[in-house]
Design a protein around this ligand. Sequence first.
Ligand SMILES: [Zn+2]
Length: 235
Amino acid sequence: MQEKMNLLRELQEVDQELAGLATVRAKHEAELQDLSAEKSRIQGMVDELSAQLDELQKEDAQLQQEMLAEKDQITKVEARLPEIQTQKEYVAVLKEIDMAKKASLDTQAKITEKETGITELTADLEEKQAELAAISEKSDARQAEVDKILAESDATCVARQATRDSLAKDLPNSLLSKYQRIFSRRGGLALARVVDGACLGCNIQLPPQQYNRLHRGKELQSCPHCNRLLYMDRA
Ligand SMILES: [Zn+2]
């Protein structure tokens, strides 16, 4: 039994290392996912700002067209002034010119407003584009680093897995599956050392009889409290 427990202890060391590698891998993958989500979020903002800017530019172009038409209209009406015969018609034409000029001023004010909006949006867009470029660069660089780390970790995993397989083949299946069950249920600690009659897995004192049986080392002993497989360090 002693020999089997020694094998199990080696196996547990390898399994703990494999579990550690899996945790590190998951952490790296989560970090990359976070970066990618952040990148998508900023890309979304860039897309939205671009669409808003497009829209404003279209509206601005349309207003510019309207203003040109209004100026044409003023020129045309003003050209009629020298041909006017009556005071009444003169007043009417002046009134028409005045209204056309007001409309044109109105359009000019709208254009100014649009252009202020365009300037602000362009600044926002440039800021977000710079942010996107920075996060893309960071994300690409991190991806390259993590790829390298994970490739090394994969190589270590393969090596440890081979060690694990060779340890496992010397252990009876029933013992192995018992160990595995406890390992996954008990947070990666299936074996517990016994010191001064207490299980160090749960820090509870073993019954004296069991402690004696463990001392003899003839049969497998499980902690009655935490169910971990018990071992003692022997001089
Ligand atoms: Zn215990």
